[in-house]
Write a protein that binds this ligand. Structure first.
Ligand code: GUN
Length: 282
């Protein structure tokens, strides 16, 4: 292995300590940051994610309100809950865990959250603010990736080519915009990209966010590149692996994130950071 590891767990702990210090300043002034987390249905992965988010809030001194509903909750009822939380001055951030059951229009639900409380950064107003370079909440996973790049001295990317593999609203698209804002030359690759390997080989910064285990192979890595692996895929034996073939990529890359212990912990840390920011701005 030649690549240096970007330790997401350690960096996330640092971010969480910074967030806890900001939360303590707010608490001393009588303002307790609070995050409402809503889950609907019985997706087991979501249950784990929400539990982790609630525990992370507690550790950082952020009050969390956890609401869990069964599959029978209607869209109108969910919109009613969001309306009440929007009006509640004691709540600073609102997160509706995705995916939602099929009978609920997720985009309509996201658009119902007040942009000032949209700590996930999924509202169209937040996405628009990112697009035009105005202040607003940034989605937590790409924000965490940018923090990792800053940590290895790559906050500024002028002259660098960044390739984002994946084009989701949650990761790929906002990731590309953040890299562009850092002056990178940005390519977004996806399932319809003709020669993905050749495109990836141009990347000084490669962000893999497709959700396909080990699809980025060693021959797709430019020597010395920084590799950020957003993928979390469960193998048949129960272990987790990323979208990047870690062992092979480590031979060529300059920097690489592990899975687990890479981007995952950063996502939660940035959610806490956005929540404290929402309280600071309230
Ligand atoms: N489901 C998977 N990732 C996320 C996330 O970052 N936010 C929400 N709300 N749901 C998710």
């Amino acid at each position: 292995m030649t690549a240096r590891l970007i330790d997401g767990k350690a960096l996330a702990a640092q971010v969480r300590a910074e967030v806890a210090a900001r939360a303590a300043v707010l608490a001393a002034a009588g303002r307790r940051p609070a995050l409402a987390v809503i889950r609907v249905g019985a997706d087991p992965a979501s249950e784990v994610y929400v539990r982790n988010k609630v525990a992370a809030c507690k550790a950082a001194g952020i009050h969390s309100i956890h609401e869990s509903y069964g599959d029978s909750l209607t869209e109108a009822e969910l919109l009613g809950r969001i309306d009440a939380l929007n009006r509640d001055d004691a709540v600073h951030g609102i997160l509706v865990q995705l995916p939602l059951p099929a009978h609920i229009d997720a985009q309509r639900v996201i658009e119902a959250i007040a942009p000032s409380k949209d700590v996930d950064g999924f509202h169209v107003a937040s996405a628009g603010a990112l697009l035009v370079g105005r202040p607003g909440f940034r989605p937590c996973t790409p924000l965490g990736c940018m923090r990792m790049l800053a940590h290895i001295g790559m906050a500024q990317l002028r002259g660098k080519h960044a390739v984002v593999v994946g084009r989701s609203n949650i990761v790929g698209k906002p990731m590309a915009l953040m890299l562009l804002a850092a002056d990178a030359t940005v390519t977004i690759a996806h399932s319809g990209t003709p020669d993905l390997a050749a495109t990836c080989r141009q990347a000084d910064v490669l962000i893999a966010a497709v959700g396909k285990q080990r699809m980025i192979t060693g021959d797709m890595i430019k020597p010395g590149a920084a590799i950020i692996d957003v993928g979390i895929n469960r193998l048949p034996d129960g272990t987790l692996c990323g979208d990047v073939d870690f062992a092979a990529a480590s031979e060529a890359a300059g920097w690489i994130t592990p899975v687990p212990g890479g981007v995952g912990p950063m996502t939660i840390a940035m959610l806490l950071s956005n929540t404290v920011q929402a309280c600071e701005q309230a």
